[in-house]
Design a protein around this ligand. Structure first.
Ligand code: ZN
Length: 344
């Protein structure tokens, strides 16, 4: 039997909650972690229409990108959209998990998926996450026989490395380097695997950054392309009805591209500093176009258009974590286009 807690754990393994912007509101936001889950609906925005879709599909869980609750609520009134959504979910026993800036900042997260969709290669984070590695050392009794199952449990935690050595008296020394957000989990796995046979443990902070995690992404094309072809390909690949860009001469070539799904204006300077030819994101202001027009090609491809990759990406993460042949979890992607912006 799968529960909301199991699904949340799989989502955390992919996009650790600790990566989120400190003022974000993510994780399980409605329902209960102990409820059984048979059907999930993945969406970008949990609108009234999406809540009705989840109820019609008899889903037990919705996973959204934008948090269903962001600002503190003072009331839940069913004649407002948010109140209707929350009450519809609770009346139909639907829990809600939101994966927002942690899904933006994780390795192989939203921005990696957007970079892949644009055909970029050699993809890495644009602004590396401000997190470091922790070092944990465990000493176990000579007769401890749990090392292999401990190592097996660690494999789930991405970016974790370990070594084991043995003293002459048979005591084992196991050293684990892992991203800081895994520290407590590694200790908990060690306690449950080694139990009484664990003599002692030590842990310390390393100065090494955790590689691959961070906001935005940057990558390159194998061959540079003319600016007009690049803009046309972004428009096609992201299914945009319109784009806003800085003016660029047709002779400019685009090879190195930075991007940030959603409102990424504050990362334009990182794209410029990284030497990118173009920056694809959304919600740029007039003055941002003006200030950077001679430094980089800005492409405002739309908030929904640059974030909609979340739906397929998150559905795939869940399908890999809960394979069809091994579990009965049904994973649905919303069929509703929740883009609130239209081009006239
Ligand atoms: Zn967004």
């Amino acid at each position: 039997m799968l529960t909301v807690a199991n699904v949340l754990q799989a989502l955390r393994d992919w996009a650790p909650l600790e990566l989120a912007w400190e003022r974000d509101n993510i994780g399980l936001l409605a329902g209960s972690k102990d409820v059984e889950v048979e059907r999930v609906l993945v969406c970008l925005d949990l609108t009234e229409e999406v809540a009705k879709e989840a109820a019609a599909l008899s889903c037990d869980l919705i996973v959204s990108h934008h948090p269903v609750i962001f600002h503190p609520l003072k009331s839940i009134l069913t004649d407002t959209e948010q109140g209707f959504v929350i009450s519809t979910c609770l009346k139909n026993d639907i829990s809600v998990i939101s994966m927002h800036t942690n899904a933006d900042a994780t390795y192989a997260g939203l921005n990696y998926a957007l970079a892949e969709k644009l055909g970029l290669r050699n993809i890495t984070a644009l602004s590396p996450a401000d997190t470091t590695m922790d070092n944990l050392v465990f000493f176990t009794e000579p007769e401890a026989e749990h090392n292999e199952s401990f190592f097996h449990a660690l494999k789930r935690l991405r970016g974790t490395r370990w070594t084991a050595s043995q003293f002459e008296n048979g005591i084992a020394r196991i050293e684990v380097n892992t991203p800081s957000w895994n520290n407590l989990e590694v200790q908990s796995i060690a306690r449950s695997e080694f139990g009484e046979s664990m003599i002692t443990s030590q842990h310390s902070k390393l100065s090494d950054a955790v590689e691959g995690y961070g906001i935005g992404a940057i990558g390159t094309y194998d061959e540079a392309m003319p600016v007009d072809s690049f803009i046309a390909s972004v428009k096609t690949l992201l299914d945009c009805d319109g784009l806003r860009t800085t003016p660029m001469s047709g002779s400019v070539q685009i090879r190195k591209v930075a991007l940030c799904g959603g409102s990424g204006a504050s990362y334009i300077k990182y794209a410029v500093a990284a030497g990118a030819d173009a920056f694809v994101s959304a919600d740029f202001s007039y003055h941002e176009f003006q200030d950077f027009r001679k430094k980089i090609l800005l492409v405002d491809a739309g908030h929904y258009e640059t974030e909609q990759v979340f739906i397929d990406l998150c559905s795939d993460v869940l399908r890999k974590a809960f394979p069809a042949g091994e579990t009965s979890l049904e994973i649905n992607s919303t069929r509703i286009n929740t883009n609130p912006v239209r081009f006239a």
